[in-house]
Ligand binder design. Sequence first.
Ligand code: HEC
Ligand code: HEC
Length: 206
Amino acid sequence: MILSSKWRALAFLGVAMLAPLFSAAQKPPARAATCDVCHGPNGNSVLKDIPSIAGQPKVFIENQLVLIREGMRDIPQMKGVLHNAADSEMKGTLDNVPDSELTELAHHYASIKIAKPPSQKQTDLYNKGEKLSKEMRCGVCHLPTFVGRDQMPRLAGQREDYMLYTMRAMKANQVVGRDPNMITSLYGIADEDLKAISHYLSRLSN
Ligand code: HEC
Ligand code: HEC
């Protein structure tokens, strides 16, 4: 069908007016495809020891990306693992990525809902984790629903293996560039307790 030029102009105007309403929410930044290789479809991780980044507070993601880019939080997997298609040499995932793009990525992942957690749970372990996380007042920073806020990450629905892995590393003080307050809150905690807390938090769907 051939539209008259008047109709074409109107149709164009209509699309142009609608575009700002939809584009921001729907179109992921180009680089997100690279992130999803490790962090899973739409930032919901399906790989052991790799965190989901969907549904994290925007400020947390933004801060972490700057720390990772500057080499202040040391994540070997995120350094130099990626081929830039136009380039034959390995490039750091975030090398020279401007702040504006990190903000765009943070906005993108913060606006995605985290996937529903696995439904099966070990009741004893879950109850123990719930009790401990209340006693240890983890919710003071991560919020009582554990959805996180500002620079405090979401823990509800995060991968159990990742939380256990990262808390063990924090407890052993083997982490570079992580928040000292967080490390202090795990001081002296038993490994069995870390297991229970990770199990409990990973099953929360908030
Ligand atoms: C080659 C795999 C890989 C790629 C690609 C990758 N990441 Fe990561 N990322 C990881 C791993 C592994 C960790 C956690 C490591 C740790 O804590 O020891 C991580 C951690 C993070 C964290 C901190 C999350 C948290 O809960 O502590 C953020 C945010 C993040 N990545 C965002 C991104 C973004 C955005 C991209 C794309 C620009 C990206 N990553 C690409 C492997 C990857
Ligand atoms: C004083 C505030 C504070 C308290 C209390 C606190 N946290 Fe955190 N926690 C943080 C901050 C800030 C981070 C982000 C760390 C960073 O900068 O890398 C974090 C990170 C984490 C992470 C890593 C999540 C990720 O995606 O990388 C886990 C798991 C965690 N906290 C569990 C707990 C548990 C369990 C407790 C209670 C025993 C607790 N936190 C108490 C502030 C706190």
